[in-house]
Design a protein around this ligand. Sequence first.
Ligand code: DLL
Length: 430
Amino acid sequence: MTVTPGFHRPEIETMPREALEALQLERLQATVALLRDKVPVMTERLEGIADPTSLADLANFPILRKPDLRDNYPFGLFTCPPDELARIHASSGTTGKPTVVGYTADDLDVWAECVARCLRGAGVEPGEMLHNAYGYGLFTGGLGLHAGAEAAGITVVPVSGGNTERQLMLIDDFAPQAICCTPSYALTLAELLGEAGPTTSLKVGILGAEPWTNETRTAIEAGLGITAVNIYGLSEVIGPGVSCETADRDGLVIMEDHFLPEVVDPETGEQLPDGEVGVLLLTSLTKQAFPILRYWTGDLCSITREPSPCGRTHARMSFVVGRADDMLVIRGVNVYPSQVEHTLVGIEGISPHFQLVVNREGALDTLHIRAELDGSGTEVAPGHVVEAMRSSLGIGVSVDVEAPGSVPRSEGGKLARTLDNRATTGSDQA
Ligand code: DLL
């Protein structure tokens, strides 16, 4: 079924770039003023930096990173006391304290509007139904998509993650047109649908919150019988809905009237030209409780400011190709999990499920890939995968090709695909 992109706020989504940039500058100036005025830590950090008179002046401002948020835990970077907040979210973080983010009632409206644009662009129509399998709670996925669906007049089924059998039953019984969840969970669902194939009512999936590739998208689309679009966001900036593909799947449209993107060199922090891959920095333009300036997302992508064929004028970003801190350095060679995924999914007979295990043997780092057969009956020798990896990654790896269903699956949330044992194996002396 062909899914056609719609609009939620066409006058903004197709605004001429010149007008958009004028609006961005005005909002950037207000954001800088708010931070100087209301957040003592920022007053200090911005001392001596002139107010921006053009968007290019943004480059004069310091980059903010995750440790800055942790150092000011929990509310030190907010512009208002907690009693003025409508809601708090937090990202789990693997160690220590979580990263805490706050929203005023107006911030929640802005967020809902951004997500509504994502859903309408993905081709979900008012009156249709969204099965929301993102986790509800401190994670921004569940409640973020929930409010966006409501703002767009889409009926939302707040299922949250987990209990996959029950999810499939509800999809069968309620007949939703759209689903949102992580791509790894979409694979789990597709797998359980199994041989019966894509016989559900679903036509579109709004998938994100973790890295994935175009190749995995193809597998998900075939398995679920949907058009799958990529939605991106992070709690520090607002949550899901910073950017999203339309049903045309032609880059993730950034909600540029609310978020100003820059792509910078991961080493030097210098701005890179459009089209080059670097770290995405985001500046919020309208947030009130927790405005954020030049936030280092760590996510690697490129952007284009060419208008898209559907008429949207806002900048578009590529798929996230990796994280600056996700990169594995294996015997001096940089390896991103997304490269492995890309190569694996291209091998006939191999499923999109995989796990990377990094060990240290003596002073040498080794990469082991747990790949899996896709159950089609095509046999794949591990040596074949080793060769494919040697030509795509440029290093030798060890590979197991396991039986279908062996590699860990997502049970609803984000899936950790890399197991890095280097802290506990090997020695630093050869
Ligand atoms: O993952 C927000 C979200 C919820 C996005 C639902 C999309 C859908 P955090 O938990 O703060 O927020 O994690 C943010 O997840 O910096 C990326 O590294 C990664 N990420 C999010 N979306 C994508 C995506 C939510 N589409 C971090 N592709 C980000 C690749 C993504 N990585």
